[in-house]
Design a protein around this ligand. Structure first.
Ligand code: PEP
Length: 252
C-alpha cells in the first residue's frame, strides 16, 4: 500500500486567536480540495476549539503540540490526551526537539507520551533528530535510532497505522539551513530499517516518515523527490497562508 503523503504545520507558540483563525480561513478559502495529501495543523492548545469549528467537514487533521503522559488528575498546567480528543484532536506531536531540549523530555517521558496518546486514540507524530554537535561527531544514525527504539518500547505492531515519524535535524529547525535531500533521505532509510527491526519490514514500509527543518516552497520539490521522504513538518513557512498553500500545491 502506498504511504500517506503528509503536510503538517507546527505553529509552535505563535499567533493570537485572531491571527490563527484568520490563517485557517485564508487557507480554507484558497485551498483546492486535495485528497492525495493529508494536512494536519498543530496550533496552540488555546486555539484548537475555534479552529476545530472552522475545519469541520474539511478533511484536515488537528493536533496538540504536546500532551502529558498521565491519564487524568492533579497535574497543574498539563493537558491530557483525553482532553485533546474531547475538543476534536485527531493527532499529537510528541518528542519535538524543542520539548526534548527546553523541557528536558527524556526517552522514557517520550515513550510514556506515545503510549498514552495511542491508548487514547490519538495518532502520533513522533519527532526525532540530531544536534549539530552530534552530526559533526558522526553519531547521527546512533542518536536517531536510539530515539526511535526508546520511543517504540511496548508499542504493538497493530498501533503502527497511527504513527508517523518526523525526522528533524535540530540544526535545520528555524535556521534557514536544511539537510540536503540525499542526507535527509539517508537518515529516513536508517529510520525505516530501525522500525523494520523493531516490528517487521512490511510494517515499516507502510509508515510515513516526514522531513522537517526550514522546509519552504523553494526546497520542497527536491525533498519530496526522494523515495523515503513521505511528507514534511513545517514551522516558519506554515505561519502565513501563501507559502503554506504553495507547499500544498508542490508537495506532489
Ligand atoms: C519544526 O520546528 O517542526 C520546524 C520544522 O520548523 P521550521 O520549518 O521553522 O524549521
Amino acid at each position: 500500500m502506498p504511504r500517506k503523503v503528509i503536510l503538517a504545520a507546527n505553529w509552535k507558540m505563535n499567533l493570537t486567536m485572531k491571527k490563527s483563525t484568520d490563517l485557517v480561513d485564508d487557507i480554507l478559502n484558497k485551498m483546492k480540495n486535495k485528497d492525495n495529501c493529508e494536512i494536519i495543523l498543530f496550533p496552540s492548545f488555546l486555539h484548537i476549539p475555534a479552529i476545530m469549528e472552522k475545519i469541520k467537514g474539511r478533511n484536515i487533521g488537528l493536533g496538540g503540540q504536546n500532551l502529558y503522559f498521565e491519564e487524568v488528575g492533579a497535574y497543574t498546567g498539563e493537558i491530557a490526551a483525553f482532553q485533546l480528543v474531547d475538543v476534536g484532536c485527531t493527532h499529537v506531536l510528541i518528542g519535538h526537539s524543542e520539548r526534548r531540549h527546553y523541557f528536558h523530555e527524556d526517552y522514557e517521558t517520550v515513550n510514556k507520551k506515545v503510549i498514552q496518546a495511542l491508548a487514547s486514540n490519538l495518532k502520533v507524530m513522533l519527532c526525532v533528530g540530531e544536534s549539530l554537535e552530534e552530526r559533526e561527531n558522526n553519531v547521527t544514525e546512533m542518536v536517531v535510532v536510539d530515539q526511535i527504539v526508546s520511543a517504540m518500547q511496548n508499542i504493538s505492531i497493530k498501533n503502527l497505522n497511527d504513527i508517523s515519524i518526523a525526522y528533524e535535524p535540530i540544526w535545520a529547525i528555524g535556521t534557514g539551513r536544511n539537510a540536503t535531500p540525499a542526507d535527509a533521505a539517508h537518515v529516513h532509510k536508517i529510520i525505516r530499517k530501525a522500525l523494520g527491526r523493531i516490528f517487521n519490514t512490511d510494517a515499516a514500509a507502510g509508515i510515513s516518515i516526514l522531513y522537517g527543518g526550514s522546509v519552504k516552497p523553494e526546497n520542497i520539490k527536491e525533498l519530496m523527490a526522494e523515495e523515503d521522504i513521505d511528507g514534511v513538518l513545517v514551522g516558519g513557512a506554515s505561519l502565513k497562508a501563501e507559502p503554506f498553500l504553495d507547499l500544498m500545491k508542490l508537495i506532489n
